[in-house]
Ligand binder design. Structure first.
Ligand code: ZN
Length: 198
């Protein structure tokens, strides 16, 4: 039975399709939108559309950005010979928040997962290997401590070994199964400082 008018139902369904939003939250958000000032809704809709249209991958590190080269890669004061490999742009943001890491990043956009049928070709690994042809002194693998993250770390370290480039893995101060973006800055820094060579 339809409790609300078609368009409200539609709005609820759209919200409910987002990650982490259940039916109840979706209803709450939908009614919130309906009661919001019109210009605020316009702004919200415009930003959402613009973000989808303008956000692209950085040509160097493949993070999400609205420029060809992201501000981190474009920053000449950063150490471009140290590359930290992370699974997502959010993981990169977590390390950026510590303001203690001055190297650059490489965003894989996922991790290898035989269970889900995600292979090395499905994440930005080829692009990482291309970057290694430049002047790189260390690759820090900061994938999550999940099965997928560890599998990916092992895979990358095997690829890097023959190049002779130093390859390290962040310490397991990051809890097993832990998503980098939810871990506090102190733990992240400890994990980075305690990294070990693979
Ligand atoms: Zn970049």
């Amino acid at each position: 039975m339809d409790l609300y008018s078609g368009i409200i139902n539609q709005l609820i369904e759209e919200f409910a399709s987002l990650p982490g939003i259940g039916q109840k939250s979706a209803q709450r958000l939908a009614f919130h939108i309906v009661n919001m000032p019109k210009d605020q809704v316009d702004r919200f809709a415009t930003v959402m559309k613009e973000a989808r249209e303008k956000i692209c991958y950085c040509r160097e590190c493949f993070t999400l950005t609205d420029r060809e080269i992201c501000p981190i890669c474009a920053n000449t004061r950063r150490d471009h010979s140290t590359i930290m490999v992370v699974e997502t742009t959010r993981d990169m943001a977590a390390y950026e928040k510590t303001a203690k890491y001055d190297g650059v990043y490489h965003v894989l956009h996922g991790a290898i997962s035989p269970m889900l049928g995600i292979g090395p070709g499905d994440i930005r690994l080829k692009e990482l290997i291309v970057r290694l042809e430049k002047d790189v002194s260390e690759v820090i693998i900061a994938t999550n401590s999940t099965l997928e993250g560890e599998t990916t770390a092992m895979y990358i370290s095997k690829l890097i070994k023959p190049t002779g480039i130093k390859c390290t893995r962040i310490a397991s101060g990051v809890p097993v199964g832990g998503d980098l973006e939810y871990i506090d800055e102190v733990t992240l820094l400890r994990a980075l400082d305690g990294r070990t060579e693979l």
